[in-house]
Design a protein around this ligand. Structure first.
Ligand SMILES: [Zn+2]
Length: 440
């Protein structure tokens, strides 16, 4: 098996027993971490040796809520200015996703995956929409994932907003992809059952989704109480709050991701905790859409598994981390809301991802070799106890130097090592985006 030795770095293991190791090296064999030990113990011959030059070696980042399909919106100036979240959906996202072809879906996914490699993000949990080309869309994203060499959990966002046929196709796409992923049994491709949000899913569709997800053996990935409109519509039409509706329907559980949860009350938090559902917050997106700030302090204090996503704002996870810290400080006070975002990104995203994938998010013998070397030299003492301070105030501003996923070097010394023409991929994306803009 192919071996890679990473030496002369500061190894940050993360995981339950986070260690900051100096004078240690890390050996990769095949796609797994074979050994982490003092450098003197590595005397063999290795296929490749990477000298980290005193920089930080840590697990690849995990993005727990992503929408690849938003790629072609960059620079799109045709959407009307929106004064609230529903207008943002109407004027931009629900116009854009209707125009996506399968080829658009493929390139929309390929581009952010290339960028993920550049930022050391190796695992993503995506939530896809392309309501006029639903069937086969998840396989397009899978194809991009395999080409780049990342780990992806995929789902299609079922919704009644485009009528019954689209809802039916969405159900089918999730179900078939979930069955396929289960047969495939590949640690790089997993499935969840996607739902858009309570306010666009009827009881009838929700009931079908719950049955199908149960049969396929997967949990849900759904937007929850992202804007107040979701809560108000749920109360008006179903006489309860969003988490209460999903709890009653059987959507919650330890394989389910409730994205956002900005507007949930204490009782809903209790239901989330009781069912061991994960919450994934998306601070940059929430600020951008002016929908409010989720209370990470309160949610974490409840003992809920709280992770972090980007909602497609970026694939550079440390951007979201910083935004989360600033927003928590702003809405509480500067003494609160620091460790909650750090824990969400550095530790809890791995716990969430390990509900689907196996052995990721921690540098540990036997775990998958998903590794980033951050171009960060510590200018002050650096150990386990102050790792969080270095992560937020230093490493967040550093760039990734080398990215390894599943034991394969995808970027080295800031040069991409992908086995396809990256510039050509961008050119094709720009060409397809221009065509989509004409239809927009
Ligand atoms: Zn989202």
């Amino acid at each position: 098996m192919n071996t890679i030795l990473i030496k002369n770095g500061i190894i940050v293991t993360l995981g339950e027993n986070n260690k900051v190791l100096r004078g240690h090296a890390l050996l990769i064999e095949g796609n797994k971490i074979k050994k982490i030990a003092p450098e003197a113990e590595f005397t063999g011959k290795y296929d490749k040796v990477i000298d980290a030059h005193g920089r930080v070696v840590m697990p690849g980042f995990i993005n727990a809520h992503m929408h690849y399909y938003s790629t072609f919106s960059r620079g799109l100036g045709k959407a009307k200015p929106s004064t609230n979240f529903l207008e943002v959906l109407d004027n931009l996202w629900w116009r854009l996703d209707k125009k996506l072809t399968l080829e658009d879906t493929y390139y929309s996914a390929l581009i952010p995956m290339i960028e993920a490699v550049k930022h050391g993000t190796t695992t993503m949990i995506d939530h896809h929409a392309s309501p006029y080309h639903i069937l086969g869309s998840l396989h397009e994203i899978e194809k991009a994932s395999n080409l780049v060499g990342l780990r992806n959990s995929l789902c299609y966002e079922v919704s009644d907003r485009d009528g019954e046929q689209r809802a039916e196709e969405g159900l089918k796409e999730n179900y078939e992809f979930a069955k396929y992923a289960s047969r495939l049994n590949n640690n790089s491709i997993k499935a969840l059952f996607g739902l858009h949000a309570s306010f666009t899913v009827s009881d009838k569709t929700l009931g079908k989704a719950v049955e199908m997800a149960k049969d396929a053996g997967v949990g849900f990935h759904v937007h929850v109480a992202e804007g107040l409109a979701d809560v108000e519509k749920c109360q008006a039409e179903h006489g309860c709050r969003v988490i209460e509706r999903f709890h009653k329907a059987g959507v919650l559980g330890n394989k389910t991701i409730a994205a956002h949860c900005v507007h949930i009350n204490e009782h809903e938090m209790d239901l989330v905790k009781e069912t061991d559902t994960a919450i994934v917050q998306n601070p940059e997106s929430n600020a951008n859409n002016a929908i409010g700030t989720g209370d990470m302090v309160k949610i974490a204090a409840k003992g809920i598994l709280l992770g972090m996503g980007t909602d497609a704002m970026t694939v550079r996870m440390t951007n979201s981390l910083r935004m989360a810290v600033w927003m928590q400080h702003l809405t509480h006070d500067p003494s609160q809301g620091f460790m909650e975002p750090v824990n969400a990104l550095a530790f809890n995203n791995a716990k969430i991802a390990n509900r689907y994938f196996e052995g990721i998010g921690v540098l540990k013998e036997g775990y998958m070799a998903d590794i980033v070397i951050m171009d960060y030299l510590a200018p002050s003492p650096f150990d386990e106890n102050n790792f969080a301070g270095h992560l937020v105030f230093g490493m967040s501003d550093a760039i990734a130097d080398t990215t390894i996923a599943d034991g394969k070097v995808l970027m080295e010394n800031k040069v991409l090592k992908l086995n396809f023409d990256v510039e050509e991929a961008y050119a094709k994306s720009a060409e397809l985006a221009a065509k989509l803009w004409e239809r927009f």
